[in-house]
Design a protein around this ligand. Structure first.
Ligand code: HEM
Length: 447
């Protein structure tokens, strides 16, 4: 079967070009080959990129049993574990997903907003005038703590620190330990593989301890954190989740939700700092405190212009017609998040940061897809957007930041995400004015 057109360059060249300048390269391929093009990449095989919202709607609705995503994520299994919703497919994936979705629904997530503001307030209290830092690093610290508190339900500072140290050591390890079995061979505590295996064991021990402790909490059924809700959840056959399943899903939520949200926030701040009129309007809107529509529009527009993931990924298990092409089994299909979100026909002046475009019209599900779609759509989408909005609500009125680079960072590929190359370096211009959080509910410290 013929595949759609695409660059004839060898996979290695496509991969190097894509890793170095993902935005330019994707735009270039789109301009040359149109809305459906074939790409060969090292480690990914042959994939068909789809930039047509109607074709993406067809992929993301109805029966999706012939589209697999877990297989492609299986390289993460050594860390996330075999029960992770990210690495499963078929009925097992659906079972885990059904258990995980309820705690992440919008109504539940609303309860986390106060926790997020508290974490952000405590972060900026440490920002001294004149200090300089990499914003993405500060945001990683915030999003880690939000996951500890909202998802794991851990609030005691010493326990949060233990999780930060043990889980952080695994997450910050080189990806080589995930992808190469040989790198994980334990040749003693001083060998690289040995060190990694011990880090993983320490992280597991910390997670299992939290799970055990929570099972024994007398107020378990009244708690609103995700772990407590999962401990009470039952599937169709009235089975609860095992400790191993819980461990894998906790690691998965951290792995999928910590860096991504931190990068999303770093991009949002960068766009605001390089677009002073938008920043000024956001300040005004937050001060007027009527409603959150402009704040939410800033979050949506930021995720549109700078999505953290460039494309979703599905592997066909059967031949399937996609965007007018008969594609064979085994081919990967990439619903092109980034390119769809930069189409001029959907978003006039698509390369400009214009949050007001989302004030008149909401986000269309198949033309705004930073969280993917269908039966694999991001489980943490509502939490991520709430996190971005609440952190902006706290930081923007309280602190004046100055970007240290005259131009926005080039966007590069980091692992499987897009990220600002230098992490958005900033200087603090004036001391944070604490307690200046718009119309937000007062923050209760130490919760
Ligand atoms: C700005 C932040 C985030 C972005 C841009 C993002 C983006 C994505 C994308 C594109 C996918 C794949 C969707 C698909 O294949 O159709 C995904 C999956 C997933 N995300 Fe997120 N995500 C973010 C934050 C979070 C958070 C905070 C959590 C949880 C705490 C989370 C948990 C997950 C999980 C569990 C999956 C796998 C779903 C499945 O396979 O069924 N994500 N995310």
């Amino acid at each position: 079967m013929a595949l759609p057109p695409g660059p004839r360059a060898p996979a290695v060249l496509n991969t190097v070009r894509f890793a170095r300048r993902p935005l330019d390269v994707l735009r270039d391929w789109h301009a040359r080959y149109g809305d459906v093009f074939t790409i060969r990449m090292l480690g990914f095989g042959t994939g068909v990129y789809v930039v047509d919202p109607d074709a993406i709607r067809e992929l993301f609705t109805g029966d999706q049993s012939d589209l697999r995503a877990g297989e492609a994520n299986s390289f993460m299994e050594p860390v996330l574990g075999p029960h992770s919703v990210l690495v499963l497919d078929g009925n097992e994936h659906l079972r885990q997903r059904k258990l995980l979705l309820p705690p992440f629904q919008g109504s539940r997530v609303a309860a986390f907003r106060e926790v997020i503001r508290d974490v952000a307030e405590r972060e900026i209290a440490r920002w001294q005038p004149g200090s300089r830092f990499v914003l993405r690093e500060r945001m990683r610290s915030v999003t880690f703590e939000v996951i500890c508190r909202a998802v794991f339900g851990v609030t005691e500072p010493e326990r949060v620190e233990r999780l930060r140290t043990t889980l952080g050591a695994v997450i910050d390890s080189s990806p080589i330990f995930m992808v190469a079995r040989a790198a994980r061979v334990d040749l003693g505590p001083l060998s690289p593989g040995g060190r990694f295996v011990r880090r993983l064991r320490a992280a597991d021990a910390a997670l299992y301890e939290e799970i055990e402790r929570r099972r024994g909490e007398p107020d378990l059924v009244e708690r609103s954190d995700v772990l407590s809700l999962l401990l009470c959840a039952r599937d169709d056959q009235d089975r609860g989740m095992t400790d191993e399943e819980l461990r894998d899903e906790l690691f998965t939520m951290l792995g999928a939700g910590h860096e991504t949200t931190a990068t999303g926030l770093a991009f949002a701040f960068e766009l605001l700092l390089h677009n002073p009129p938008v920043l000024a309007r956001l300040r005004e809107e937050l001060a007027a405190a009527d409603d959150d529509s402009y704040l939410d529009a800033v979050v949506k527009e930021s995720l549109r212009l700078r999505p953290v993931i460039d494309a979703a990924e599905r592997t066909l298990t059967k031949p399937r017609a996609v965007a007018g092409w008969e594609l064979p089994a085994g081919v990967k299909v990439y619903p092109g998040i980034l390119l769809v979100q930069q189409r001029e026909d959907l978003y006039p002046r698509a390369h400009e940061f214009r949050p007001e475009r989302f004030l008149d019209e909401g986000a269309e599900p198949y033309s705004w897809l930073p969280f993917g779609g269908g039966i694999r759509r991001c489980i943490g989408a509502a939490l991520a957007q709430a996190e971005m909005a609440e952190v902006l609500r706290v930081v923007v009125p309280a602190v004046q930041l100055r970007p240290l680079r005259a131009r926005p960072d080039p966007v590069v590929l980091r692992g499987i995400t897009l990220a600002p190359r230098h992490g958005v370096r900033v200087a603090v211009e004036r001391a944070p004015r604490l307690g200046s959080v718009g119309h937000a509910v007062p923050v209760t410290h130490g919760t």
